[in-house]
Design a protein around this ligand. Sequence first.
Ligand SMILES: NC(=O)c1ccc[n+]([C@@H]2O[C@H](COP(=O)([O-])OP(=O)(O)OC[C@H]3O[C@@H](n4cnc5c(N)ncnc54)[C@H](OP(=O)(O)O)[C@@H]3O)[C@@H](O)[C@H]2O)c1
Length: 498
Amino acid sequence: MEASISETFRNRIVLVTGSTGFLGKILIEKILRSCPIKKIAILVRSKKGFNANQRVADIYKQAVFDRLKVENPDFTDLIKIIDCNIEDSSMGLTTVDRDWIVENVNFVFHCAATIKFNETLESASKINIQGTEKLLSFVTQMKNLKGFVHVSTAYSHCPRDEIKEQYYPVPITVKKLKNMSGVDDSTPRVLEDWPNTYCFTKAIAENLVLINGIHLPMSVFRPSIIGCTKSEPDPGWLENMNGPSGIVAGVMTGFLRTVPIVRNKITDIVPADYTVNALISVMWDTVNRYQNSNLINQEPKVYNYVSSVESPLVWGRYIEEMQDHYHEAPPLQSTWYIFYVFYTNLWIGKMLRFVLHRIPATLMDFWLIVCGKSPKFLKMYVKTEFMMDLLYEFTTRQWKFDNSNIRGLWSLLSQDDRNAFWFSLEEFDWTSYIKIYFYSIRKHVLHEELSNVAKATVKNRNLQLSTRYPLFVVEYFTVDTPNAVSVTIMAKVRRSFD
Ligand SMILES: NC(=O)c1ccc[n+]([C@@H]2O[C@H](COP(=O)([O-])OP(=O)(O)OC[C@H]3O[C@@H](n4cnc5c(N)ncnc54)[C@H](OP(=O)(O)O)[C@@H]3O)[C@@H](O)[C@H]2O)c1
């Protein structure tokens, strides 16, 4: 009989890359809280004048570790910080650290990556492809390796409409990509149908795992869009404005008034704590698969961790339920009463942006200049609209995912393991999660405490009154827009005036 998930980690040494990132922090917190490990080695690079130790000391102060500080006050004794930059030759590891890892490490979670959609191809390749290649070659030297899980993304093969738990061909080999000179001039040609360098390089990195992992205990884990935590270590932990969080923050503050979204398309969000539980369970499965079978010629298994198969959530419901909570606790920093128009047609989008973003921004900048201050609004809109354009593919399209391997894995878990590492998204309660998510964005992205709600509500009421007439005009002219141009105006704005 197989050991439980936590027993699999008893007295073992775990190595994590990307531990200073969003997913990495939740992962190390959960491992330290729920698994009786001997040590967790984290590979951290020096950055902005701070060395790895200084950076990690700062990270422990974050709220995500508060629960751990209570439940296991000596948790830092279990952490070994290792200076490492996966872009450097030999990953920047000292010989001593390298030897220690080769002799001791049992499990490797590879989370490090650049997730910027607008990264240059050269830079994204260095981190996501060549970094993975170096790690893989290092992993093959580890004498006591029991499992390696490579964290990819459910969108690595987003040019396809249907994404199964399998490897797909990529348009270029790693070697060819490395040898290309002036690679960034030819980026669009190299990328073919991929919308950004992030997904493209993640797709290529997966195939490296395939090539290197045939005889090894390896797996590829593909989560979709990782949202705030549902319950662990606390509900609603979040630290970035990526994807849907940034859109909601922009809409709630009245800054974003027009967004490229198709209301009835699926937004595939998965909670961060469930994601980490699934990731740890994938490691458990990888170890068991390797122990129980002859892995010769067996491909590293791929796991699509998505919500759309069991509990699909559409953009319209996500934004509208967020808006319900906006009325309970609007942000104090709002510049306008909430109002937004969805579009998909790019020309319509340009017009809407001109009217709803650029003209007000120009007027506000003019006012700042009159007051002797530096203009900023137009610049902010140019930047934000650029970021929205990068998300266009993901807010206006949906994919058909297969997650049989993840569902199969869930069926293998004992009840105790399920309770400790819950990740099933069957009949997921989106309504309560969206509420948690709203307050999480308010707190962690907009940095507003609930103590300001009374003040914010008064301000919001005033904003509502001052924008009453312009909104009626916009609604009057757009209400009969034909469906073909996919403009959706939020009727709730009008109801809230009644
Ligand atoms: N967030 C999502 O919605 C999402 C969805 C699907 C898949 N994923 C995957 O999940 C993984 C983690 O993503 P995340 O959201 O946690 O990203 P993140 O917050 O940007 O964290 C990225 C991590 O990678 C590290 N890293 C980047 N370049 C490095 C280098 N050259 N050497 C060493 N470390 C380096 C970063 O270290 P520094 O702190 O030094 O920069 C950071 O710890 C990625 O593989 C990503 O593709 C994320």
